[in-house]
Every structure is written in structure tokens, then in C-alpha cells.
Write a protein that binds this ligand. Structure first.
Ligand code: HEC
Ligand code: HEC
Ligand code: HEC
Length: 337
């Protein structure tokens, strides 16, 4: 029944996993599907095959990395995690404005049936080669970044450059992080942010000094992205034009020129969205902020309300583009006055 193939012996030698019983079926599935042609299960393949020019992410520390249950589920329904593949240079080419992903070079991942997925998951859960790194971390779920999360992730620590925080928004050379809360152990996230090389010493994720409190906040921010992702916001992704009609025209007016039905008695008039001269001195980030957090957040009138509870970040980003259309302008630098 248990086939002690060469492959199994390699496993046994490196991990003393020879109490095989439960994992034996998992070995068979891995062997049958040639999983080891793309993944390092033993930590012995060396930098080129396992780290840099790899065909798939290393799995020899899978038991230290993934949340319980995630592997089993993903193998039955493997949705892409790395937008540009396991190593981006294998999958990009020059484009008109910037380098683009060669979609046709990205293959769909092999899909397993429920039993095979379970058997493999049991086996992978035993591969805990880097558990000492996990044990060294202390995750604190109470240290939240709150509304500053995206600012830390984007502006302060530059993480957005390589990681997406929602589908189609953010960098593409690293794994997307809006599902990381379901996929990864918080301790693993802390550890790889602290010292990416400890997990893959040729990784193209840079090492940055971050204080302990901010590390916890970054991880809690990443986890909160998954919460957004699963909560079905009732008004997610309405069309931008409709959002503008429903939410903005009451003050900014049907034509967007600031003369909405509410504007008559307002102490501060709603901004004229067709005024290119004014709006070209505002950056897209400033517009995003005022729409999400309201006038007060940028020292303007509280009469401009915060819309963060009404629209998703994606909808707000689209709204910024909509305002840019109304003013027929883009940011050209600070006002000279
Ligand atoms: C042709 C190469 C190839 C083969 C064969 C292959 N994989 Fe993968 N695997 C990949 C790539 C590439 C990814 C990254 C997918 C992504 O980021 O969207 C991946 C991702 C994974 C992941 C998720 C890990 C993570 O952090 O993203 C698991 C688990 C996994 N593979 C297990 C397996 C198992 C088990 C088998 C055999 C049944 C297998 N793979 C066969 C290339 C392969
Ligand atoms: C220059 C690009 C780049 C930057 C900047 C960057 N990362 Fe990464 N990150 C990566 C890559 C590539 C990986 C995959 C590591 C590997 O498999 O070798 C990764 C992995 C991760 C992971 C684990 C994801 C997984 O599925 O294994 C987390 C969490 C993470 N990064 C968080 C951050 C945070 C937080 C920051 C900002 C402090 C950041 N990263 C900055 C490229 C980057
Ligand atoms: C209840 C009335 C009201 C509603 C509704 C409203 N706004 Fe405003 N908005 C204002 C007022 C008043 C100002 C001017 C604030 C000031 O200059 O101090 C303003 C200013 C702005 C500005 C300019 C900020 C700047 O940098 O000077 C933008 C952009 C904006 N609103 C977008 C929107 C969008 C998009 C919506 C719909 C989602 C919206 N507003 C809905 C009242 C409103």
C-alpha cells in the first residue's frame, strides 16, 4: 500500500516524516501530478530552482506559512495569487506605457479533487521547516492601524508598489494581499515583513526597518483587507455616474458646477467640479481623501461629508476619475499664489 519510492525516501530523510500513515496518500498525489517539478518540498533544491527562477513558490515550510484549511480549499479551486506568476521576469514584456504581463504565459494551476486536496493538505501541514521563525513572533490583534492603514501601506512603507490591495489596484510583482488574511498565518506575515530573506534569501521583496508597533499595524491592515473582501457590501461597485447622481448632485449640482438643490443656504458653497483651474492644483490623493474622509480631513468645510461608509475605495477612486472628467483637468502642480 505505502510505496516507498525514491521521492518518499527523500522526504523521510529530510523531515523524519516516516510515520507516514496519514501522509502516504498525499505523497502519491504529489508524485502522480509531478508537483515537485515546480515546487520545492524539501528545502534542498537550491536558490535557482526554489528561490529565484522558480516555477512555483517553495512549499517545504507550508506548515509554518498557511492558515489551517486554506491549502485544502485552494487546491480544489486554485485562483491566481501572484498576478505576474511565480517569478515576474518570466511573464512580463515591454508595453506602450509600461511593462505589461504576458497573460498567455500564465497557466492555470492544476486542480485537485476533494480527497486528493485533503491528502496533500495533511502532508503539507507537517512541513514545518521554519517553525522557529513563527515561534519568535507575537501577533497582537488589538494593534490596529484604523483609517491610517492604507497610508502606512502605501505612503510610509511603500508596500503598495509591489502588492495589490484589491483586484487590479497596486503592484504586480508580489503576491496580492487582499486575500492574505485568509491564506497566511499572522506570525508568518510578521516574520516575512521583518526579514524576507529568512524565508527566501534571493527574494525580490526588500528588507525595510519597521518598528514593532507599525509591523503589527501593517499585518492587521492586511488582515482587514480580507474582511472587506468577504463582507458583501450591499452597495459594492455601483456605476460611478450613478453614484455621482445619487450622492453628489444634491450639493454639487446636476452639471457639477456647485449649484445643487442644497446649495442655497450653505455657508461654504460646494466646490465647482468643472473648475479646472482650481482642481488642477489638487492631487488625486487629495481628492480621494476629501471624498473618503470629508472636508474636515483636509481643513475644509464639514459641509462636504465623508463618503467612506457609503462607497468602497474602488468606487471612490473611480469617483476621483469622474471628477477629473468633469473638470477636464489633471494635477499640474501646487497653486502659485
Ligand atoms: C507547472 C508548475 C506547477 C505544478 C506542476 C504545480 N504547481 Fe503549485 N503552483 C505553481 C505556481 C506557479 C503557483 C503560484 C500560483 C499563484 O501565485 O497564483 C503555485 C501555487 C501553489 C500553492 C499555493 C502556494 C502559494 O503560496 O501561492 C500550492 C499549495 C500548490 N501550488 C500546491 C501544488 C500541488 C500540491 C501540486 C501537485 C498536485 C502543484 N502545486 C503542482 C506551479 C505549479
Ligand atoms: C519590491 C517589491 C516589494 C515590496 C516593496 C514589498 N514586497 Fe512584500 N513581497 C514581495 C514579494 C516578491 C513577495 C513574495 C516573497 C517570496 O515568495 O519570495 C512578498 C511577500 C510578502 C508577504 C507574504 C505573501 C505571501 O503570499 O507569501 C507579505 C505579507 C508582504 N510581502 C508584505 C509586505 C509589506 C507589508 C511591505 C511593505 C513594508 C512589502 N511587502 C513590500 C515584494 C515586495
Ligand atoms: C452635503 C453637501 C455635499 C455633498 C452631498 C457632497 N459635497 Fe463635495 N463639497 C461640499 C462642499 C460644501 C465643498 C466645499 C468645501 C470647502 O471648500 O471647504 C465640497 C467640496 C468637494 C470637493 C473639493 C475638495 C477640495 O479639495 O477643495 C470635492 C472633490 C468634492 N466635494 C467631491 C464630492 C463628491 C465626489 C461627492 C459625492 C460622493 C460630494 N462631494 C458630495 C458639499 C457636498
Amino acid at each position: 500500500m505505502i510505496k516507498l519510492s525514491h521521492f518518499i525516501w527523500a522526504f523521510c530523510a529530510s523531515f523524519l516524516l516516516c510515520s507516514i500513515s496519514a501522509s502516504a496518500d498525499g505523497f502519491d498525489v504529489i508524485k502522480k501530478n509531478k508537483c515537485e517539478s515546480c515546487h520545492d518540498f524539501t528545502g534542498t533544491l537550491g536558490v535557482n530552482k526554489s528561490g529565484l527562477w522558480r516555477k512555483g513558490p517553495a512549499l517545504y515550510y507550508a506548515g509554518s506559512k498557511y492558515q489551517d484549511g486554506w491549502v485544502e480549499e485552494w487546491l480544489q479551486n486554485p485562483e491566481r495569487i501572484r498576478p505576474a506568476g511565480a517569478f515576474y521576469l518570466d511573464h512580463v514584456q515591454t508595453g506602450r506605457k509600461y511593462n505589461v504581463i504576458r497573460k498567455e504565459t500564465l497557466k492555470d494551476h492544476i486542480k485537485l479533487n476533494a480527497k486528493d486536496a485533503k491528502d496533500v493538505a495533511i502532508l503539507l501541514a507537517d512541513l514545518t521547516a521554519k517553525n522557529s521563525l513563527i515561534k519568535a513572533e507575537h501577533y497582537d490583534p488589538t494593534m490596529k492601524a484604523g483609517p491610517l492603514g492604507e497610508m502606512m501601506f502605501n505612503k510610509i512603507y511603500g508596500c503598495l508598489a509591489c502588492h495589490s490591495i484589491e483586484p487590479n489596484y497596486g503592484g504586480l510583482s508580489g503576491p496580492e494581499l487582499y486575500t492574505a488574511g485568509q491564506r497566511l498565518k499572522p506570525e508568518y506575515m510578521l516574520s516575512i515583513i521583518r526579514d524576507p530573506q529568512a524565508w527566501n534569501h534571493k527574494t525580490w521583496m526588500p528588507t525595510r526597518k519597521i518598528n514593532e508597533e507599525d509591523m503589527q499595524k501593517l499585518v492587521n491592515y492586511i488582515i482587514s483587507l480580507s474582511d472587506n473582501n468577504t463582507s458583501t457590501k450591499p452597495h459594492a461597485l455601483e456605476s460611478t455616474a450613478r453614484n455621482y447622481r445619487v450622492y453628489c448632485m444634491q450639493c454639487h449640482g446636476i452639471a457639477g458646477s456647485g449649484s445643487g438643490v442644497n446649495s442655497r443656504d450653505m455657508a461654504v458653497p460646494p466646490r465647482n467640479h468643472t473648475d479646472g483651474k482650481y482642481l488642477e492644483a489638487r492631487t488625486d490623493d487629495e481628492l480621494f481623501q476629501v471624498i473618503k474622509y470629508g472636508g474636515l480631513s483636509i481643513n475644509k468645510s464639514a459641509l462636504m461629508p465623508p463618503w467612506g461608509g457609503t462607497m468602497t475605495d474602488t468606487e471612490i477612486r473611480n469617483m476621483v476619475k469622474h471628477v477629473r472628467k468633469l473638470c477636464d483637468c489633471k494635477y499640474t502642480g501646487p497653486k502659485t499664489k
